[in-house]
Design a protein around this ligand. Structure first.
Ligand code: SF4
Ligand code: SF4
Length: 510
């Protein structure tokens, strides 16, 4: 039995009952001071908050020792917490995330990986409309008109999200289709920003004119992720299906940068553009933007191009290439901090949606005698290295979930939309009840149930992998390759190469 599995079994009978009752003592709404859960954290971190005598007593006598113990146990530095929660422009999102974490422990106990009482992030596929025809579109966007939520209905959804689990959603990403294709996009983005801690958009960039970049900024959107699928027009346009798209996309990136928006280029790497990887890294460096590598997942239109999927060796090459970049930045930042006491190096520059990135960066950093890894799709924060197994790689239906343009709820955008994957509808069903009880979500959250197989006398699969608590494999890829079985192995991982060989065929393995 792995250490984490043993810990889970132990937690459930020992500390969990105690923790649940302890958190229940300070998870209270005070008619005078508001939510004591969040107020007690601010009090612990030294922020002046108004607390009535009863709240002050509970905060100092019960909550503070709890936080002290928790931060020591997880080895999360108190200064780090203070900076993230109180001195950060995204402090509101961090605070809400913390509130959901605590309520998650109160509801479901401590587990690795852990499940908060609501998602930290929701990606909302805001529309089925799109002006491009990308080969890999998971939403199969564009073409025939399909029913979407009206402006008023979308506002109702945002009102609901702002109160999720009694805390409110920390982060919302508006995706698509092309989110800017909705006529009410700017109105809804501004409405969302007033209610959600952090709002970002994922766009193909072609509609981000100078004027629209300004409107994005004015709406309060914090972060813009723009898809760039090649470093040259030929490669990008071929994949995106419309000539001239590359030029307009790159103009969109530049317009965002000129407007001072936090900008990222996002690239789906596959067999036809993998050779451009180094050049794409060069583009990201030259523009000084973040690079997000998107895993190829055969779903939506990408299902018809499954031959574009990378082999385990190719995927490993991609992850090691970008992994070396982020570790190089980490080492530079560390060196500067040692020398000068601080550093301006931005470490969080090279990411991947492959959950194996945690495993790959862990091994790469170990070669330098370091303990650094990228714990989740966007997380590479110094100060939280020790919580990787709590964050746990794939966050589908656990740290994050997705909404369709008609309000259907799914665990992740990369799951196809069908009776088995739609968990309910955000306007018709109770989100919290779904989050607490849906069997598909609990299947995705329990790593002990991941499966493995015997292949040529060798046991392979995520179920027997030592890294399953920091990675877990992409559950959407498992779903796609194993006809809807979300516990099956992610065959794109180097550890599962014998399975890839068996399923996809020897000639595709390099
Ligand atoms: S075998 Fe599965 S859990 Fe292990 S590293 Fe690979 S994808 Fe992740
Ligand atoms: S299933 Fe998990 S790893 Fe795959 S894209 Fe969704 S959240 Fe990421």
């Amino acid at each position: 039995m792995q250490v984490d599995a043993f810990e889970n079994a132990l937690f459930s009978v020992t500390v969990n009952p105690l923790l649940k009752s302890l958190i229940g003592r300070f998870d209270k709404e005070c008619p005078k001071d508001g939510n004591l859960l969040l107020n007690s954290l601010k009090d612990f971190l030294g922020e002046p908050v108004s607390l009535c005598p009863t709240c002050r007593h509970i905060s100092r006598r019960i909550a503070a020792p709890f936080y002290e113990f928790g931060s020591r146990f997880l080895r999360v530095d108190k200064n780090f917490m203070r900076n993230q929660f109180l001195n950060n422009q995204y402090g509101e999102a961090w605070l809400r995330g913390f509130g959901l974490l605590m309520k998650g422990i109160e509801k479901y106990g401590v587990r690795v990986p852990f499940t908060p009482a609501g998602p930290f992030e929701i990606v909302w596929n805001f529309t089925y409309q799109c002006n491009l025809r990308c080969k890999h579109c998971y939403e199969n966007a564009g073409g025939k008109k399909r029913a979407e939520l009206s402006t008023d209905e979308a506002k109702q959804v945002l009102d609901m999200l702002s109160k999720i689990a009694g805390i409110g959603l920390p982060a919302l990403s508006l995706s698509g289709g092309e989110p800017l294709a909705r006529k009410d996009f700017f109105e809804l983005a501004a409405y969302a920003r007033k209610r959600i801690g952090y709002v970002s958009i994922a766009s193909n960039g072609t509609l981000i004119t100078r004027d629209n970049a300004k409107k994005i900024k004015d709406a309060g959107v914090e972060y813009v992720e723009i898809s760039v699928d090649g470093a040259t027009p030929q490669v990008h346009d071929d994949f995106r299906g419309i000539p001239g798209a590359f030029e307009r996309t790159m103009k969109g990136v530049k317009n965002c940068l000129e407007e001072g928006l936090d900008t990222c280029i996002a690239t789906v790497l596959h067999r036809d553009n993998m050779a451009e990887l180094d050049k794409i890294i060069g583009v990201a460096k030259q523009l000084d933007v973040r690079l997000m590598h998107f895993n190829y997942i055969p779903t939506g239109r990408a299902k018809a191009h499954v031959e574009l999927d990378l082999t385990p060796d190719e995927r490993l090459h991609v992850l090691e290439t970008i992994g070396k970049e982020i570790i190089g930045l980490y080492l530079r930042a560390k060196e500067e901090e040692l020398k000068y006491g601080n550093s301006n190096v931005k470490v969080d520059r090279f990411f991947s949606t492959c959950p194996q990135y945690a495993s790959v960066t862990k091994e790469l950093s170990q070669k330098h005698g370091e303990k650094f890894m990228v714990e989740a799709h966007y997380a590479a924060k110094k100060g939280v290295e020790n919580v990787a197994n709590f964050l746990g790689g794939c966050g589908a239906g656990r740290l994050y979930s997705c909404l369709e343009p008609n309000g259907d709820i799914k665990p992740c955008v990369f799951f196809p939309t069908n009776k088995g994957t739609v968990l309910g509808n955000v306007l018709k069903d109770n989100f919290e009840e779904i989050w607490d009880n849906h069997p598909l979500l609990w299947k995705l959250r329990i790593r002990e149930d991941l499966e493995d197989y015997m292949v040529d006398g060798q046991r392979v699969g995520c179920g027997s992998c030592r890294d399953k608590y920091i990675c877990g494999g992409c559950r959407a890829r498992a779903y796609s390759y194993f006809n809807g079985n979300v516990n099956s192995p992610d065959i794109g991982c180097i550890h599962n190469k014998p399975l890839w060989k068996r399923i996809v065929g020897g000639k595709r393995v390099s």
